[in-house]
Structure formats: C-alpha cells, structure tokens
Design a protein around this ligand. Sequence first.
Ligand SMILES: Nc1nc2c(ncn2[C@@H]2O[C@H](COP(=O)(O)OP(=O)(O)OP(=O)(O)O)[C@@H](O)[C@H]2O)c(=O)[nH]1
Ligand SMILES: [Mg+2]
Length: 682
Amino acid sequence: MTGAETVRNVAFVGPNGSGKTTLLENLLYVAGAISRKGKTTEGTTVGDASQEARNRHMGVEVNAASFDYQGLHFTILDCPGSVEFVQEARNALLGIDAAVVVVEPVPERMISIAPILNYLDKNQIPHLVFINKMDRSEVRYRDLLDSLRAVSDRPIVPHQYAIGRGDDLVGYIDLVTEKAYAYKTGAPSEPIELPDEYQEREQAARQEMLETLADFDDDLMELLLEDQEPPADDILRHMQNTLGADQIVPVFMGVAEQEMGARRLLEALVKEAPAPTVTNKRLGIDPAGETIVQIIKTYHLPHAGKLSLARVWAGEVKDGMTLTSPAGGDMRLSGVFKMFGNDQKPIGNAGPGEIVGLGRLDAAKTADILLNGSGGAPSEIPVPRASPLKPMYAFAVSAENRNDEVKMSGAFSKLVEEDPSLRFEQDPELHQSVLWGQGEMHLRVALDRLRSKYHVDIKGEVPETPYRETIKKSADSHGRHKKQSGGHGQFGDVKIKIDPKPAGAGFEFVDKIVGGAVPRQYIPAVEAGAKEFLQRGPLGFPVVDVGVTLYDGQFHSVDSSEIAFKMATALALKEGLPQCHPVLLEPILTVNISVPSDYTSKVLQIISGKRGQILGYDGRKNWRGWDQVQAHIPQAEIHDLIIDLRSSTQGVGFFDCQHDHFQQVPDKVAETVVAKRQEKAA
Ligand SMILES: Nc1nc2c(ncn2[C@@H]2O[C@H](COP(=O)(O)OP(=O)(O)OP(=O)(O)O)[C@@H](O)[C@H]2O)c(=O)[nH]1
Ligand SMILES: [Mg+2]
C-alpha cells in the first residue's frame, strides 16, 4: 500500500490519433516500466490492450498502466480519443488527479478538444496540454499557442517553447529555468546555448507566463511590479499550485514516437502534477475515512471474469473485504490488482488515492460508488459522477442464429455494464431489438466484442421507423359476415361511419344504435374488431386519429356471435378505409444540435437536406463560441445525422432528440415507404 502523497494518477486524453498511446509507451519506456517499446500500428502497446483496439490500431476503451518512478506510484489511464468512445474518458477523468490533453500541432483542429476542455473545467480537473508530433508542425509555435487559447477557458501557459519546427525541429526552451535543450532521438535532450534569434521570443513568452501566474498570487504580482526576478523554484511552485487548482493550463511539447519530450513530461508529472490529496480536499472527502471506491471502468475478461477498475477515494481495499453496492447488495472483494495493460498483478490491498483493479464485484457497474462499513449512502458521497451520454446512433440487432437470441440479450446487458453510453432496448411495436450508442464504430466494436467474448454473431441494420397512417375524409361502409356451413352458422352485419379525427386523438368509437339493430352484447365486439383491424391499415401501418360510429346493422337470433360481429366490422373497415383518403404519417423528433458557431450554417444545410424544419438557434449556454440549433427532423432521416454532423464539424458536433409528433409524409417519400412495406409483407 502506498501513501496518498506519493501517488500520481493521470489520464491521457485528446483527439483520436494524436499519439496518446504512443506517448504512454515512450513514457513507460523511459521510466523503465517496459524494456521494449511497442507500436500502436502493430498492436503491441500497453495502452491498446484489447483485441478490438489492436485490430483497429486505435483506442476503444480506457486502459491503465501502474508503475513506480522516483519514489512515486504512478497510474496512467490511456483513454480512447474517438468521439464515439468519449464516455470512457468522461468516466476515467473523474477518477484521476490530473489530465494530459495530447494534441497535434494543427491549429484548425484545436476545436476538437473544446468539449473535453469544457468537461475538465466543469469538473475542475487540473490539466496540461502536450503538443505532440512537433516533427510534423507546419506553423509557428506562437500560432499553436494562440489556437489553444481560442478553445480554452483557462489561461494557456507555455512551459516549454519550441526551437524550430517540422523537419527543422531542434529542441526547446524551458521557460521556468530559461535553459535551452536539443532533442536526441531515443536519448535525453542535451543542454545548448539559447539561440540568439530566440532571445526576444523567450523573454516575451516568459513575461506572459509570469504575469498569468501573478494573477493568482499577490506576492508574485508585487515582485513583478518591483521588476524583480522570482527564483525558478518559486515559479515551479506557482505552476504546481495553479495547475492543481485548475487555474492555468501549462503547455509541453515533443515527438512522442521518438521519445522526444517524454522525459520532460514525466519530470513535470513528478514535480508539478497534484497528489490525490489535492482532489480529496477539493471534493471534501477525508482520505483517512472509511472505505469509498468509485468504479471508473468495468471489464469482463475471458478468463478472470469481471474486473472493476476503481479509484480508492478513502480508506483501504483489501482482498476478501465486503463492499456494498448502491443497490444495497453486499459483495465480497476477490482480488486487488495492480493494472498494466493486459496484465494484472495481485497486490492484496491498496490505500487511499490508488487506482487498482478489483476482482469479482458482480453487482457493481461502471460509475458506481461502493462503500465498506456504515459510511452512509453511496448517493451522499460528494464524488462527481459522469452522466451517461445520450445515444445518437442505433442499429436494429438480431442474432445470425435464431437460437442465440436469449444469449444475445444477456451479453448485451454485460456490455452496457462495461459502457454506460450503450443502451439496449426491445421495441415491441416493430419487433426489433435496438442497440443504441455513440456512432457506427462504437456499435461495430460492441458487436465484435459480443463475437469474441460471448461467441454470438450479431447482425446490425438500420432500425425500422414506426410509421402510422390516418385518413383525410369521411366515408360510410357496410360489412356483412355470413357463413352457412352445416350446423351452426355465423352472421353479423354492421353499418359504420368512418371519420378523421384531430391529430393526437387516437381512436374513438361511438355507438349510435337505436332499436336494437345490433344487440347490446355485440357492440363491444364491434369496437374491439375495429381496434384490431386498425393495427394495420390499407398502407400497412397502424391507423390513428380515426373515429368509427356504428349506426345500423342486422343480426340473427341463432347465428350471430361476437366473433361474427368482429369479422363484419373488419370487412366494413377494409372496404371503407381506402375511400377515406388514407395518408402516411411519420414520427418527427425535436432535435437539439450543438456545434461551434463557425459550423452553424453547415448544420442548417444538413437539417434542410434531411427534410427538417429549423425552429431557431442561439448561443449554447456555458459553451463559449458554440451554438445550439433546434429543429424538427423526421425520425426516418435521423439514422445518419451524427455521421453527417461529425464529418462537417471536425467530429465535435453532437445532438439529443426526443419524439415530438406525427406528421404527414410527403407523397413521393410515402410512395417508397409503402412500396417497401408491401414488398416486405409479400
Ligand atoms: N510523426 C509522428 N507520428 C506520431 C507521433 N506520435 C505518434 N505518432 C503516430 O500517430 C499515430 C497514432 O498514434 P496513437 O498513439 O495510436 O494515437 P492515440 O492518440 O493513442 O489514438 P487513439 O487511441 O485512437 O485516440 C500512430 O501511427 C503513431 O505512430 C509523433 O510524435 N510524430
Ligand atoms: Mg490510443
């Protein structure tokens, strides 16, 4: 067990492909935690631990690497960058004490980190930026810094300043110590003279850094006003304090692939990253109290069973102890593990501040708070919780082999435990099972997991739309059901009026029989017969907003029965409805789309292209530079919305939606829908 002061928990986040896993691999190598460096393109890294990640050469879930370095116990969480897996990062970030946002040196793409910066600031999570791939940089370093400033609410403070860029990258200046270094591939950088042409830029950047730090410290401000030079140690302390309080965002840089900047970043994490006690203090949790753990990730491993990656907020976890889930169930903890990619090493126990794997907590889900003892209800623990993201993309899923349907439901519920941004639903109306998630890749990875872990082959298709139909005109109709076959015959006869009703009225039945033309006891059968028939109207869909008035009929004292009147009603409707000008209705959703304002006009185009109607747009609350567009869009057009949104907003656009009303489908579209329906029925 490690004391909380000597623990450092860090998450690597940032856009997909920015080099997080590569940076981690190089960091682990220079820290001596691995003796050979793997490559993400070869599926051999610690960070891309799962088969699904290795196959795709990209992160698809969070993975942890714990190691010791310079007397500190580090855990680094490598988060996937793809927006479709962002729930993983959101859960992980709540369990760490500092984040490294890894970005590429491309100003136009900085907007893609805006959502994650927003989340970090909302939760006051200290974070620094690592500008990776400096060997590819085509712009001036100061322009890169400006592009970061444009998306960060907190001041951007360069800790390192680049010397050269792209192919001409030489090294960096440390703005705290004012020393210059030249990079060496696969070796520590070497001190050099600060190049003359950088003197001025260095002075300006350093002055700006000091002034920003002074905004948070009166003593430093006074010193600067007196034109005095603060000692490097003091500056470092200010850096550490303001970073720990999420007041500034220090910027580091390098070329992860060539180990450049990896040592410097590690040193910064050692000297400047906050200890778990800082986070505990912010949240108001006494680390010395009774055991509190938070599940930040759930894995179902093929051999080891369920493994929960957990942050110990307080107390101790110990093999064999009892932990209580929010649902109230007690679980016996079976195994405490130090995590390292695919490897888990049993360690028996862990203390406050540590992030460890916990074995066989069968009733625990990702994001749960678990307690030991009488520490109160989990819901009262002041730990931030990541709300599950609203799903934006769906597949209708079915087992390739019909016998696997039951197995499929069980397997999906396990996947949802691992990843709360997935949702699995049964749709009784359309007889389809629907898997909801964050995008196509997200769902494809889920289906791959089902295949590799639970051995069920699942097919995913575009879900069906729950169309309706209604009528525009009234008509009278007559239905007679008569059968004389041997003994008992069947006889029912009804005259009905069919009327359109206002939208939302549903089905209305009126009984206007006088003089017993249809005896009392058969009238409920007429209503039931109508309801049943209207489940599938002339176009093939449930009929809504229609009134049926029974005003006349005939009966037979022996042959009439409920069933005969039901049949007669069905015949009357079958004949009458087509005279009533039936039209197709489709569900319309209210959709709220959020995008950076620069893309708002593109979004308006996308909406029009999907037969949508724009209701209005405005600045998004608490999101500087973002708009929220509200629109009505037909559900039938929503399937690809997130794909179109992402492809025209650098991946950052998102939406939520809910059902609003049904609306008549334009004739051209309706023709296709009805033709398809008839084809399917045939
Ligand atoms: N030129 C250059 N390429 C790099 C550097 N660092 C990483 N790469 C390459 O960038 C690609 C993506 O690297 P990853 O480490 O998988 O990126 P990631 O951020 O983990 O990606 P996700 O997990 O998908 O979010 C790989 O092909 C790396 O080899 C670098 O410093 N310079
Ligand atoms: Mg990765």
